[in-house]
Design a protein around this ligand. Structure first.
Ligand code: CP
Length: 335
């Protein structure tokens, strides 16, 4: 695999390769030196045209732990401000000898456009999508998968460990690239994925997955033609009932037109995840959030900080080992 743009066509053995390689790098990160010479001499460019804390720093640290050289691009101080195009920016990094470009952009399709240009120019550059608009965020879904699988088997994480688990993804599905990538990976594992969101925050195309009209208070049906188990709900309770994992999503107010924006108080009352609401779930339920969070909106502040339930810090920690695995596998052509 030369580029990673989407998880839509990821195969079970590819997930397992990423999980097992990440577990090896997690062991490296537990050593005092924390560094391996695997990518010595390689250049990794982080081209983040949209803001990021976790993903950019995590890819940078992952590259450094692999002994690669890193280039960090800040759009506000770059020649984009002088009118240089995105493709010319990518070609500039190509000319400096970049081997892998990690790209984030607020518009869906930009990483793919750069990947196509790199292929057209017959380069060997690999492009990694670090989040494009409302499309996908593959490395986030892979680190979420790793976090869940290593809870069950830290030494041999594998996709099949999640088979039969009930995973609720709650909140602003419409704008969430994280939800899209997670739907691909989690349904590929054989988990039952239940989406719960207000009707205005569910994408229209999700109607393709249901065979009957969605009822606002009843659990909806999954499409029996699909091998993947995906369920849609407009209310929270059926999604939370007996859930093993609850994945909350940020209300992406910056991407909302006014008519989609529920009041924050109303949203928290109807869809906010609290300890009280978790009583509907399995007793050992775990809560995830890709970050950044709106404390007290999609998740209560006390729940976010409670290590009995919250995997949020663990997700960030997992991100370094998973991104080391992704950069290594991409660079060595093993993925
Ligand atoms: N989860 C995530 O993508 O966070 P950042 O926007 O901080 O990278």
């Amino acid at each position: 695999r030369h580029h990673v743009i989407s998880l839509a066509d990821f195969q079970p053995e590819e997930y397992d390769t990423v999980l097992q390689t990440a577990a090896s790098f997690q062991e490296v990160l537990s050593r005092r030196t924390k560094r391996v010479p695997a990518l010595q001499g390689q250049v990794i460019a982080n081209l983040f045209f949209e803001s990021s804390t976790r993903t950019r720093s995590s890819f940078e640290l992952a590259a450094k732990r692999l002994s690669a050289d890193t280039l960090n691009f800040a759009p506000g101080t770059s020649s984009l401000t002088k009118g240089e195009t995105i493709l010319d920016t990518a070609k500039t990094y190509l000319a400096m000898g970049t081997d892998i470009m990690v790209i984030r952009h607020r518009e869906a399709g930009v990483p793919l456009a750069i990947a196509n240009e790199m292929d057209r120019l017959q380069t060997r550059v690999g492009v990694f999508n670090a989040g494009d608009g409302q499309h996908e965020h593959p490395s986030q879904a892979l680190l979420d998968l790793f976090t869940l699988c290593t809870l069950i088997d830290a030494e041999k994480p594998r996709l099949s460990l999640l088979k039969g688990k009930k995973i609720a993804i709650v909140g602003d599905i419409l704008h969430s690239r994280v939800a899209r990538s997670n739907i691909w990976s989690l349904t590929a594992s054989g988990a039952e994925v239940h989406l719960a969101a207000p009707p205005t925050l569910l994408p229209k195309w999700f109607a393709d997955f249901v065979t009957e009209p969605i009822q606002s208070t009843q659990p909806s049906t999954s499409n029996s033609q699909l091998p993947r188990k995906l369920f849609l709900h407009w209310s929270l309770e059926p999604a939370l009932k007996d859930a093993d994992v609850v994945m909350t999503l940020r209300l992406q107010r910056e991407r909302m037109t006014q008519h989609l924006l529920p009041s924050l108080r109303e949203y928290h009352q109807r869809y906010g995840i609290t300890k009280e609401r978790l009583q509907l779930c399995k007793p050992d339920v775990k809560v995830m959030h890709p970050g950044p969070t709106n404390r007290g909106v999609e998740i209560s502040s006390d729940l976010m900080d409670d290590p009995q339930f919250s995997l949020i810090s663990q997700q960030v920690t997992s991100g370094v080992a998973v991104r080391m695995a992704l950069l290594y596998l991409m660079s060595t052509g093993k993925m």
